[in-house]
Design a protein. Sequence first.
Length: 393
Amino acid sequence: MRADLVIQNGRILDGTGAPELRGDLAIRGGKIASLGKEVEAEDVIDATGKVVAPGFIDLHSHGDLVLAWPSDDRLSLLEGRIAQGITTEIVGNCGLGAAPLFGGATEILPQINGWMTPAAFAWSWKGIGDYLSHLERVGLPVNVGTLVPHGPLRLGVHSLAPGETSGEARRLMAEALEAALEEGAFGLSAGLIYPPGMYTSTEELSFLARRVARSGGIFTSHVRGSSETLLDAVSEILRIGLDTGARVHHSHAEAVGRRHWPKLARFLEMEEAARAEGISVSADMFPYTVAATMMLAIFPPWSLEGGYPAAHRASEERPGARAHPGQHRDRLAELASLARGRMAAQPRQSRRLGPHPVGPHRRPGQPASPVPPAADTREIGNRSVMEIATCVS
Ligand SMILES: [Zn+2]
């Protein structure tokens, strides 16, 4: 046999867990024609000292809008990932994403997604199926799969308001979720430190996760806290799995802050215990020791209760202020220093990033802590929060 291309002398790892194979990998007609045998070819790549492996799957991409951007410039943004061997990206993570787009999400979502948008461009899609078709039209440099982000579902029916969703709102969310799953999404993702995930009860998530379980999908979550409330936050997603039968995935499992590092071992034990109770639990981690997120996520929910809207109202009262994003930046800096002052003045245990109160963590299966009353809808002021955040990012 003569091949088009042979990759020689590499350590071949096929991704199945099988022991490595030494030898040649021959490609003919764009497909692997043989493994381990010596083959003649037009082109030869010497892979001595290197590993030859199938492409990697990045199951936690936030490239939703980079991939959708109808510009050749997106290739330069994807180059770094492709050069690492990533050939498949899973988008729609952490409750964040660009579809489905309906109701209140139509206006708010592009603002929330400012941080992941490489440039302003018109969104031509509504549902997940439309979004995937759009990616195909633009051209796919890598394979793409998607989860259904919880954020757009809730924004669609409840806008950016705290509090419980109504029965009718949940019915509409479930309908949109099921449509998206049918259109090819792999499951549901939640981001419980971001608006609107931070305002969402465990019960609402279970209501939706039950639909995911029925379709054989996966429920993934950026959990509600990664420091003080980490163990409570992990208990919450395990409980959702135990209550609904959905496969649970703990997104970028982490403990933020040195004194919380011992909790890593603890939550791994909790996840192991949940597996023993019969649910599927998986996790992924960052391959680096830093974290990045949108600035809005570092403000505790109480600081959104009146802080941003008050800043926004004040900026509206000043003629021309909205034309100058720098003024929003000043307001945000003021708010940040206010937050720092307030945190310093508070006893340590009351510092929190998510709406779950600090408390002893529960064993999987025990009832979750009740979510304390969320902020007043009118005080949150919806888009103003995002407008300020977008100006800053
Ligand atoms: Zn996340």
